[in-house]
Ligand binder design. Structure first.
Ligand SMILES: Cc1cc2nc3c(=O)[nH]c(=O)nc-3n(C[C@H](O)[C@H](O)[C@H](O)COP(=O)(O)O)c2cc1C
Length: 335
């Protein structure tokens, strides 16, 4: 059988991931647990466990449970500011996890080396081209460029601009995955054509049949339009908060209020800046849990990307992947 154009262009990403298609489901805290991760990998994509704020024991159990549900490769996403990062890396080593994604900031000294030491591949995010080059020089194996259309924590630059800046410079010699705002296969075809080795999607998979997200969380996604997925605002210039894209609700206001409270603690000298930032991150982890697990779509955080308007019903993961691949192939055929 001749290989599709999509798969021909994904070849490097496929070899790197060891999956059937170079389509990653980006880690989503609370959502990317054993069931969704295994479903993605079993369907030929590449699932990634979101470690988020988990302890080493919880991560250990989650990896073991995922392994029980799939024999296909999957990865683990670790947040660089996690206070127990070293222990979490040790858990990944014990399980011989093949791919570790370092998210949430520049990898701390020694972390990339520690992961590579047990034979895993390291994927990193980079906000600028200069930093991307530095990380790749110092041992990172692949790069994810993620634009501001994405759900969850975001940078300020759109995916289309990042793709133009990074891909012509890096794609020839490096494995680069593009993320943020991808809702259809047509877009996948475009990024592959520009040199990407594959793509990463989050929003499109969050409400898959296999996702454990609460039915109320899923309903909120099905009803939402692109414009409902707004980036959070920073209310105090002294407290730098990473913007989060989520569906607008009462939780959005609660975040503004929480920022004011934390800024005041900072003013009163009751917390240091890094503690203040950790407080903000704890807020998000709690708020996301409230929406995803408890179904409190009013007060919880409905993190979603702008592609949410293209999520209209619950579909099995395999169906979503097949649809994306067919759309990509149709786009190439129409060229
Ligand atoms: C509900 C939700 C939670 C997320 N949590 C995380 C996370 O814990 N770690 C991470 O690196 N990215 C996280 N992301 C980003 C995704 O991994 C992925 O890169 C992003 O969703 C891709 O953009 P898209 O939503 O436009 O498809 C999250 C995204 C969503 C929608």
């Amino acid at each position: 059988m001749t290989k599709s154009k999509t798969h021909a262009l994904m070849q490097r990403g496929i070899e790197f991931l060891g999956s059937e298609h170079a389509i990653l489901c980006g880690a989503m805290s609370w959502v990317s647990e054993r069931n969704l991760v295994a479903a993605i990998s079993n369907a030929g994509g590449f699932g990634v466990i979101a470690c988020g704020a988990m302890t080493a024991e919880l991560l250990d159990a989650e990896i073991a449970a995922t392994k029980a549900l799939t024999s296909k490769p999957f990865g683990v996403n670790l947040i660089t500011m996690h206070p127990d990062l070293t222990d979490l890396i040790a858990v990944c080593a014990r399980h011989q996890v093949g791919h570790v994604v370092l998210a949430g900031g520049i990898p701390p000294k020694g972390s990339v080396e520690a992961i590579k030491q047990f034979g895993a591949k390291v994927l990193v995010f980079a906000p600028t081209l200069a930093l991307a080059k530095r990380l790749l020089r110092s041992g990172a194996d692949a790069l994810v460029i993620e634009g501001s259309e994405a759900g969850g924590h975001i940078g300020p630059v759109a995916t289309s601009v990042l793709a133009q800046e990074f891909l012509p410079e890096l794609a020839e010699d490096h494995v680069v995955f593009v993320a943020g705002g991808i809702g259809r296969g047509d877009m996948i075809a475009a990024y592959l054509e520009m040199g990407a080795s594959g793509v990463q999607l989050g929003t499109r998979f969050a409400c898959a049949t296999e996702s454990i997200a609460h039915p109320a969380f899923k309903q909120a996604f099905f009803r939402a339009n692109a414009r409902d997925a707004e980036a959070s605002v920073q209310v105090d210039p002294r407290l730098p908060v990473i913007p989060v894209r989520a569906l607008k609700n009462k939780g959005t206001e609660l975040f503004t209020q929480r920022q004011r409270e934390v800024a005041q603690l900072l003013d009163e000298g009751k917390v240091e800046m890094d503690e203040a930032q950790l407080e903000i991150e704890k807020f998000w982890a709690g708020a996301l849990r409230r929406a995803v697990i408890e179904g409190d779509v009013e007060n919880g955080s409905l993190m979603a990307g702008q592609s949410v308007g293209m999520v209209t019903s619950e579909q099995p993961v395999a169906e979503i992947i097949a649809e994306l691949l067919a759309q990509s192939e149709a786009a190439f055929a129409a060229r």
